[in-house]
Design a protein around this ligand. Structure first.
Ligand SMILES: NC(=O)C1=CN([C@@H]2O[C@H](COP(=O)(O)OP(=O)(O)OC[C@H]3O[C@@H](n4cnc5c(N)ncnc54)[C@H](OP(=O)(O)O)[C@@H]3O)[C@@H](O)[C@H]2O)C=CC1
Ligand SMILES: Cc1cn([C@H]2C[C@H](O)[C@@H](COP(=O)(O)OP(=O)(O)O[C@H]3O[C@@H](C)C(=O)[C@@H](O)[C@H]3O)O2)c(=O)[nH]c1=O
Length: 300
């Protein structure tokens, strides 16, 4: 057993994990076609074939609005499958790293959420991710759950790329300004995951590091503040945009109706992770600027 198995190889975090975990040994990253989390037989067959020493599970049903009308599949992927992975991990004595979301909270707390704050998911996606967390915790596996927020990267689909595209096409754009959180890069999540695996492997009291942690970039903004940063940085870099910065309008959540309800406060307190793993986390703008530069360099 020497392999690290990564699910969701084509996802934002799955893609970055293939880079960051490569230094730890052999990584097998499986696409949905190679391991379908909605199909228990497919999951178990892949685990038996690869016999990993660590399972890293960034695969998820992440279409937040679509999940409202596709509950069964969202639950299969986000709630049931993590339990299957975790029970196999427990039975075979291997570690599991799993990811969850700020959307497990209802967003009514005024301060950043801590790991043990009461959850109250407002969407099918949030509920399914919470049930997945609970299945992992109940499994008896040696697990780490990393709850993150507002993920973006140069690979995959995300809000950053949507705003860049819309700013190239539209002369006005409305973005909600009353939901706050921390945009977090897939690269940061993947780098921290590597550190977590290394520290657990090197620790004499690895069991004490097991648990649920919040992992986001530091500082916070609203979706509108995030969009304004993207447009400002693109303008500064002379990217041709149809949208002037002053035509990016802050609106309230009620003015942007969506099938799924999002939390007003998505801020996560990451002190537990930083203290226990001795990790420093960057301000959110750093990763955004890196990805913007990378997209420009690639001609996007
Ligand atoms: N994106 C975000 O803003 C946030 C994400 N998270 C969590 O972080 C983790 C990583 O998210 P992120 O990388 O952004 O997600 P992405 O949406 O970028 O990627 C998810 C991956 O999961 C795969 N997947 C979906 N269904 C299945 C299935 N049935 N079997 C196997 N694979 C499947 C997708 O495959 P395919 O490519 O075929 O579609 C995709 O590659 C997830 O747990 C997510 O819940 C937490 C907070 C914010
Ligand atoms: C594109 C767009 C979005 N919005 C709003 C809608 C919503 O409130 C907010 C974010 O929109 P999105 O639908 O892109 O983001 P959303 O899919 O809600 O993002 C979430 O994904 C899941 C997977 C998570 O786990 C969360 O942490 C979070 O990142 O911005 C606007 O106001 N104007 C716009 O033009």
């Amino acid at each position: 057993m020497s392999t690290i198995l990564v699910t969701g190889a084509n996802g934002q975090v799955g893609f970055e994990l293939q880079r960051s975990l490569g230094a730890l040994g052999s990584v097998v990253a499986l696409t949905r076609a190679e391991m379908d989390l909605a199909n228990e037989a497919s999951v178990l067959a892949a685990l038996r074939e690869h016999k990993p020493r660590v399972i890293v599970n960034p695969a998820a049903y992440t279409a937040v609005d679509r999940a409202e009308s596709d509950r069964e599949l969202a639950m299969a992927v986000n709630a049931t499958a993590p339990g299957i992975l975790a029970r196999w991990a427990a039975d075979n004595g291997v570690g599991l790293i799993h990811y969850s979301t700020d959307y497990v909270f209802d967003g009514t707390k005024t301060a950043p959420y801590r790991e043990d704050d009461a959850v109250n998911p407002q969407s099918v996606y949030g509920e399914s991710k919470w049930l997945g967390e609970e299945a992992v915790r109940a499994s008896g596996a040696s697990y780490t759950i990393l709850r993150t927020s507002w993920v973006y990267g140069h690979h995959g689909s995300n809000f950053l790329k949507t705003i860049l595209r819309l700013a190239g096409e539209r002369s006005t754009l409305n973005v909600v300004a009353d939901q706050v959180g921390a945009p977090t890069s897939a690269a940061l999540i993947a780098d921290v995951t590597r550190t977590v695996i290394e520290r657990i492997a090197g620790s004499e009291v690895a069991g004490e590091l097991k648990g649920t942690y919040h992992l986001t970039a530091q500082g916070s903004t609203s979706w509108h503040g995030y969009a304004a940063h993207i447009v400002r940085q693109a303008s500064t870099a002379n990217v041709k945009l149809a949208l002037p910065l002053d035509a990016l309008k802050p609106i309230s959540t009620v003015e942007y109706p969506t099938p799924a309800k999002r939390p007003a406060n998505s801020r996560l307190d990451c002190k537990k992770l930083m203290d226990r793993f001795d990790i420093a986390l960057p301000q959110w703008q750093e990763g955004v600027d890196d990805v913007l530069a990378r997209l420009r360099a690639a001609g996007n």
